[in-house]
Design a protein around this ligand. Structure first.
Ligand code: ADP
Length: 389
């Protein structure tokens, strides 16, 4: 029974929350052991006809679902609540304990992340009202606060960039940090000695270059739109595309933003954004699916090559997240033809199904190619626990 498991203070769980505008993802996890006591998702918050009117109601809905799962939040001696916050802007380069000033700042950063930060702020407010424990914000951008200026700076006028906090921030940082550490553990080598390229490939996709556990480059920028081809996001385009579309297609800036974020990427090229469906269409010989796959792979190779140059050579290439952990075909395609660079995968190892961290390159290869499952909730729970002591 969960109640018995959490009776001991040393195993008191952390509640990890990821609040979106109409959803609340939650997970109750013991940071030391990684044990997940319960998890779930409250959806349709604030939508017409939904029972869940707002984020405060979502906290109640979560608590009652947890009770149904045998977990009473008032009995588990909750240690803290860890909140995933997408944008930390120029202010936050590490997790912080949330006070009124931090909450206000998360809200103020909404200009940089209009789809994400307002929801996070509302979620934090509702959770603080409901749970009288320390609350911690863990930022998706924090791991990339270390980027050298040469990598984080856009070549636009400096005064304008300063005034509007324009720089490459990067996202998925919690995952890139967790996975780069887990990879060092897998290999039994000191993190400080490894040059890694990490490919986080889920619905959103990003690449990072990590030297000695410190991020030195990443593919996402001011917003999560830059970089790799994603489920519905275009990734890199010529910035001139915006003016061209405005002129030639009569689209407004808002429409162009929606087009590139929600109707592009794999979806725009093939009609599907889910990678499993894309693979099914590939198997049936669909030409649009083939092009979408090829464009995504081509872009991935671009970034692998770029980061190889940025790092002056790599020790490890790591695949993670839904697509990276599961798509045998994508991993094979990205690494194909890179033997000269020391990158190759063993066919059988790549094809073997497993949920565990594993090496898929041949023994003795110059570059280790690995598949390492990400776990952002556990990473948030651990950072939260570390901060609240
Ligand atoms: P999110 O960015 O939402 O966290 P995930 O990391 O869960 O996303 O990744 C979701 C993607 O992973 C989807 O495109 C899904 O189709 C893909 N995926 C999941 N399982 C498989 C699989 N067995 N083979 C190929 N793709 C998969």
């Amino acid at each position: 029974m969960p109640e018995q498991r959490v009776a001991d203070a040393a195993t008191a769980p952390v509640l990890v929350l990821n609040a979106g505008s109409s959803s609340l993802k939650y997970q109750l996890v013991v940071p030391e052991t990684g044990e997940v006591l319960a998890k779930g998702l409250v959806e349709r918050i604030g939508e017409a006809g939904s029972d869940v009117a707002d984020h405060a109601a979502a906290m109640q809905a979560m608590a009652s679902r947890l009770r149904t799962d045998g977990v009473d939040l008032d009995d588990v001696r909750l240690r803290a609540v860890g909140h995933r916050v997408v944008h930390g802007g120029p202010d936050f380069s590490a997790p912080v304990v949330i006070d009124d000033a931090v909450l206000a700042r998360v809200h103020e950063l909404s200009g940089l992340a209009p789809l994400h930060n307002p929801a996070a702020a509302v979620g934090i407010e509702a959770a603080r009202a409901r749970f009288d424990v320390p609350h911690v914000a863990v930022f998706d951008t924090a791991f990339f606060a270390s980027l050298p200026e040469a990598a984080s700076t856009y070549a636009v006028p400096r005064d304008l960039a300063r005034r509007h906090a324009i720089r490459r921030y990067g996202f998925h940082g919690t995952s890139h940090e967790f996975v780069s550490r887990a990879t060092a553990d897998l290999l039994g080598r000191p993190l400080a000695q490894l040059r890694q390229v990490v490919l986080h490939l889920g619905n959103g996709c990003s690449a990072s270059a990590v030297r000695g556990g410190v991020a030195v480059d990443t593919s996402m920028g001011l917003t999560p739109l830059e970089g790799l081809v994603m489920g519905t996001r275009s990734g890199d385009v010529d910035p001139g595309l915006h003016a061209y579309l405005a002129r030639e297609a009569g689209l407004s800036l808002g429409e162009i933003d929606t087009l590139l974020n929600k109707r592009s990427g794999l979806l725009g090229l093939s009609g599907v954004n889910d990678f499993r469906e894309l693979e099914q269409r590939l198997a049936s010989g669909d030409a649009d699916a083939r092009l979408a796959f090829d464009v995504a792979v081509h872009r991935l190779k671009h970034y692998v090559g770029a980061y190889l140059a940025v790092l002056g050579g790599i020790d490890v290439l790591v695949f993670t997240a839904g697509v990276g952990e599961n798509s045998v075909a994508l991993r094979a395609a990205v690494t194909e033809g890179l033997e000269e660079l020391g990158i190759t995968v063993d066919r059988a190892r790549n094809a073997a199904r497993s949920g565990a961290a594993r090496v898929i390159s041949p023994d003795g290869a110059r570059v280790v190619v690995a598949v390492v499952p990400t776990n952002e909730e556990l990473a948030i729970a651990r950072q939260t626990a570390r901060l609240v002591g």
